[in-house]
Design a protein around this ligand. Structure first.
Ligand code: HEM
Length: 411
């Protein structure tokens, strides 16, 4: 039965909807009444079947789509956002170099290479430096005698530093890299007043910086990830273009996601004092995963059907876009007891905040979990009495469940 409670024109990717709240009641209604639903969307992506998308909202279905890349392609696996007419052909071609957009076998080849930079050993090697960073970030924030913005003072810095450490960006270059990264992801929200041209320019600068880095390391290899990834240009390594886009993707995939997880986590703790007290006492290692489940920083991704297929009793046609809504799956009562509770001891916690399994599952998950752990440990040590001031100021985005500002105070 179609969802009676949802009005005509309802669109889960409407930035104005997500600006105010994650549409949990609507997700609940969809999961109950029409877990695979066609949603009209007049401004789709130029050149593709763009008049709407299938909204997939149940945990089991999101997993199914994510783990069947042969039926649900990631080519143009961008967020289901309201792209305008600006998407030019060459920009679309460039997207082919982004891991998130690739399908097997090309995806398998590139991911196998990139994975070398994300081994448990290489993440562990960053731990002590990132712990020191987290401590320093929190100490600097603590120096504020009055209210301050948790996002700019605490949550922003660590994810950027982590990526910079991972790929060995020299200290002197970090400010400009951070500036490009921030400009690239500040779309859709009027506060930032970043035009698309500035965003695109920043992406180009970042890519050419990374390509130069790759060329340098090829000439003079060092003991770092860049050298490992680009060592020799053959099938087993990244070429300079691929490396440039790899760095671009890290700046997008590992930056704002983790920033928002940290901010949502702080907000969740400060609005759930019993959970914060428990955290401060016991520091459960399950907390970071629950933060990602509860907040789900990435609301959705999209796939495109490669063939006619059936899902949830609906016929999905070849070429149709399919949106997998992690934010909904993560609150599915079929899988999670009391799904709307923030329970930092939840275990097991098979949430889909890092993706629904399958080949594109988040490559940076261990790094993200480490960052979240480190920052909350540092906050619990140094600012245990942090207070919330007012409501979070949410990002206007169709895709990212983001917070621009969160005012807090230590006094
Ligand atoms: C992919 C979420 C942090 C790197 C993804 C996907 C999601 C996600 C939902 C897509 C999965 C799919 O399409 O099936 C998150 C969240 C994070 C986070 C919520 C923070 C809390 C990071 C970090 C990095 C990273 C820190 C690296 C520095 C990547 C990469 C991919 C990816 C490279 C693409 C993998 C592929 O296409 O094969 N992430 N991510 N992510 N993420 Fe993360």
């Amino acid at each position: 039965m179609p969802c009676p409670a949802l009005p005509d024109g309802f669109d889960l990717t409407d930035p104005d909807l997500l600006h105010h709240r994650v549409p949990l009641p609507e997700f609940a209604e969809l999961r109950r009444a029409e877990p695979v639903r066609w949603i009209e969307q007049p401004h789709g992506l130029a050149g593709f079947a763009d008049d709407g998308y299938w909204a997939v909202t149940r945990h089991a279905d999101v997993k199914y789509v994510s783990t069947h890349p042969e039926i649900f392609s990631s080519w143009l696996n961008t967020a289901i956002i309201r792209f305008g007419e600006h998407m030019q052909r060459d920009a679309i071609d460039a997207q082919r170099l982004i891991l998130l957009n690739m399908d097997p076998p090309e995806h398998t080849r590139v991911r196998q290479i990139i994975q070398r930079g994300f081994t448990p050993r290489s993440i562990r090697a960053l731990e002590e430096r990132l712990r020191a960073r987290a401590g320093a970030i929190v100490e600097a924030a603590r120096a504020h005698s009055g209210p301050f913005d948790f996002v700019t003072e605490v949550a922003c810095e660590l994810p950027l530093q982590a990526i910079a450490e991972l790929i060995g960006i020299p200290q002197d270059d970090r400010a400009k890299i951070f500036d490009w990264s921030n400009k690239m992801i500040s779309y859709d929200d009027p506060e930032y007043a970043i035009t698309e041209a500035v965003g695109a320019e920043s992406a180009t600068e970042l890519i050419s910086y990374a390509m130069n880095m790759a060329a340098d390391r090829k000439q003079c290899p060092a003991k770092d990830i860049v050298s490992t990834l680009v060592a020799a240009e053959d099938e087993g390594n990244l070429n300079s273009d691929e490396f440039g886009f790899f760095v671009l993707m890290l700046a997008v995939a590992g930056n704002e996601t983790t920033r928002n997880a940290i901010t949502h986590g702080m907000h969740a703790f400060l609005t759930h004092p019993a959970a914060w007290d428990l955290y401060k006492r016991e520091r459960p290692s399950t907390a970071a995963e629950e933060i990602v489940r509860w907040a789900t920083p990435v609301n959705s991704f999209q796939r495109t059907a490669t063939q006619d297929t059936e899902l949830g009793g609906k016929l999905i046609r070849k070429g149709d876009r399919v949106g997998v809504f992690y934010a909904s799956a993560n609150h599915d009562p079929e899988v999670f007891a009391d799904p709307d509770d923030f329970d930092i001891t939840r275990d097991p916690n098979p949430h889909l905040g890092f993706g629904g399994g399958g080949p594109h599952y988040c490559l940076g998950k261990s790094l993200a979990v480490l960052e979240i752990d480190l920052i909350f440990n540092a906050i619990a040590d140094a600012m245990p009495d942090l207070r919330l001031i007012g409501d979070p100021d949410r990002l206007r985005s169709a895709w990212i469940n983001g917070v621009k500002h969160l005012r807090v105070s230590t006094s």
